[in-house]
Design a protein around this ligand. Structure first.
Ligand code: CAA
Length: 260
């Protein structure tokens, strides 16, 4: 599929997805969300891809939020639909992808942009990154999962401060708050993401997908994370990856995982 708003490239089992509307600071309009949905669906279905690096084009913004110009005149029903479709098409898709998504936050990650980074599994920020949920300054609230995922990542107190003040924090504060895992120089952003990706691709894809299900289960209402962990743990014993990983350990060699 040809994309108008994103770049999609695969190199050595790593998919690079770059949101590419730099003149609008990579804001998420409907078409961009649809294209991201298509790209992440392709990633899920392509057995050769093991990990995703998600970033924004140019140095100014990762994503400056949902496209305000697009929703400014929406009704209550349209607003609700915008949020519900976004959750389903993109943010939940990313969070529940069977392959890890590493967000390389290269500049402003605001509103829906920070929400997209928070739906990703791992976050690395460049020193110039600025993060915030400024929605209440527009008279709306975070609508792409931010009220839930920010509190999960940084705790309720800091989430309330960030959401109610609509203020941005810099990369170092984001690191101190636990919102990002690493802060690096801008030119190191993609290389550091690639270094993390290179460690991930050495491991069992089957076990990684089970681990993602088990970690996410803690945060899903009505689901017992410990029970999910037991189920996913048990499933691993039926995979070729498990046989290969344990056999390779006993044979004192590196495993070669098939992802089956
Ligand atoms: N939606 C649409 N367009 C956006 C945008 C957004 N979220 N953010 C930036 N742009 C556009 C600007 O309108 C401008 O376009 P024009 O040149 O056509 O006017 C262009 O990108 C460059 O932006 P600025 O001129 O504003 O750049 P700046 O350097 O002066 O400021 C900024 C940068 C502080 C990030 C500022 O652009 C800004 O505050 N953006 C909006 C951030 C925001 O409020 N995000 C939350 C959106 S709501 C949301 O995400 C809801 C949800 O949860 C579902």
């Amino acid at each position: 599929m040809a994309y108008n708003n994103i770049l999609f490239e695969v190199k050595d089992a790593v998919a690079y997805i770059t949101i590419n509307r730099p003149k609008q600071l990579n804001a998420l309009n409907k078409e961009t969300i649809d294209e991201l949905n298509q790209a992440f669906t392709n990633v899920e279905e392509d057995g050769a891809i093991r990990v995703v690096i998600l970033t924004g084009s140019e140095e100014k913004a990762f994503v400056a939020g949902a496209d305000i110009k697009e929703f400014a005149s929406f009704s209550v029903e349209e607003g609700k639909l915008l949020s519900a479709e976004g959750h389903q098409k993109l943010f939940n898709l990313v969070e529940n992808l069977s392959k890890p998504v590493i967000a390389g936050i290269n500049g402003f990650a605001l509103g829906g942009g920070l929400e997209l980074a928070m739906a990703s599994h791992i976050r690395v920020a460049s020193e110039n990154a600025k993060m915030g949920l400024p929605e209440v300054s527009l008279g709306v609230i975070p609508g792409y999962g931010g009220t839930q995922r920010l509190a999960q990542l940084v705790g309720k107190g800091k989430a309330f401060e960030m959401i109610t003040t609509a203020s941005m924090i810099d990369a170092n504060d984001a690191y101190k708050w636990g919102l990002v895992n690493h802060v690096v120089k801008a030119e190191e952003l993609i290389p550091v993401c690639e270094k993390i990706a290179s460690k991930i691709v050495k491991n069992s894809p089957k076990a990684i997908s089970s681990a993602i299900i088990a970690v996410n289960a803690q945060f899903r209402e009505g689901i017992d994370g410990f029970v999910t962990e037991i189920t996913e743990f048990g499933k691993c014993f039926g995979t070729e990856d498990f046989k290969e990983g344990t056999t390779a350990f006993m044979e004192k060699r590196k495993p070669v995982f098939s992802g089956k």
